[in-house]
Ligand binder design. Structure first.
Ligand SMILES: CC(C)(COP(=O)(O)OP(=O)(O)OC[C@H]1O[C@@H](n2cnc3c(N)ncnc32)[C@H](O)[C@@H]1OP(=O)(O)O)[C@@H](O)C(=O)NCCC(=O)NCCS
Length: 179
C-alpha cells in the first residue's frame, strides 16, 4: 500500500527497516491497552501485556505471510497500530487486531484513521468483509465500532488464556462490516 500521509502522521505497512523500533511499537500497544489515560482499555479485563518484542519482531519478519502490521508514525514516534489478520480467515474476510493509539494521540480521530487505512488495505487485497473481536463487557469501544459501521454477528470466542481474565467468564464478541 502507498503510505497515507495526513498532517505529520504517516500510516504505512512496517518493513524490515522498522525492526529497530519493534520495542517502540510494543510499548505503544501495551500503553494503549493498559494506561489509565486511555479512554477505553483492555487491561481492566485481561491481565498482562498485549504485545511482546518477539511478537512484534515476528510480525515484521513475516510481514504479509499472511498477516500485516500497519503503524502510524509521527516522525520517529509510533503513535498507533493495527494488525490485519488473514490467517485462518475466510477468503473474502480479514480481521483487524491490536487496534491501538497511544493515549497522548487518542480522541483526535487517530483510531478512526487507522481503521480507515486498514479498510483501504483490506479492499486492495480483494476482500470485502472486515471483522473485529471485542470483549463483551467493553460497551464503550463496542459503540465506537458500531459508529464505524460494524455490526454484531452473534459469534463468540473464548479468551485464549482464561487464567488472565480479571472479569471471569467474559468472552469476545465478533463484529463485522461489508467494505
Ligand atoms: C480504541 C482506540 C483505538 C480509539 O482510538 P482514538 O484515537 O481515541 O479514536 P478516535 O479519536 O478516532 O475516536 C474517538 C471516539 O471516542 C469518543 N470518546 C472519547 N472519549 C470517550 C469516552 N470517555 N467514552 C466514550 N467515547 C469516548 C470520541 O468522542 C470519538 O467518537 P467519534 O468517533 O464518534 O467522534 C484507543 O482508545 C485505544 O487504543 N484504546 C486502547 C486499546 C483498545 O482497547 N483497542 C481496541 C481493542 S478492540
Amino acid at each position: 500500500m502507498a503510505p497515507i500521509v495526513t498532517d505529520n502522521i504517516i500510516i504505512r505497512l512496517v518493513s524490515m527497516d522498522d525492526k529497530p523500533v519493534a520495542e517502540l511499537i510494543r510499548d505503544t500497544i501495551n500503553t494503549a491497552y493498559s494506561s489509565q489515560n486511555s479512554w477505553t482499555r483492555e487491561g481492566d479485563t485481561i491481565a498482562g501485556d498485549r504485545a511482546t518484542t518477539e511478537m512484534v519482531e515476528r510480525l515484521i519478519l513475516e510481514q504479509g505471510k499472511p498477516n500485516h502490521l500497519l503503524c502510524a508514525f509521527d516522525g520517529s514516534i509510533v503513535v498507533g497500530t493495527v494488525m490485519v489478520q488473514l490467517e485462518d480467515m475466510k477468503p473474502n474476510e480479514a480481521e483487524i487486531r491490536m487496534v491501538a493509539v497511544h493515549p497522548s494521540y487518542q480522541s483526535c480521530g487517530m483510531g478512526r484513521r487507522l481503521v480507515d487505512a486498514s479498510t483501504e488495505f483490506i479492499r486492495s487485497l480483494g476482500r470485502d468483509v472486515m471483522s473485529i473481536r471485542v470483549l463483551e463487557n467493553r460497551t464503550d469501544v463496542m459503540q465506537w465500532y458500531v459508529r464505524l459501521g460494524f455490526v454484531a454477528t452473534g459469534d463468540r470466542m473464548n479468551v485464549l488464556d482464561e487464567s488472565l481474565l480479571k472479569v471471569k467468564g467474559v468472552t469476545f464478541l465478533k463484529l463485522s462490516r461489508s467494505i
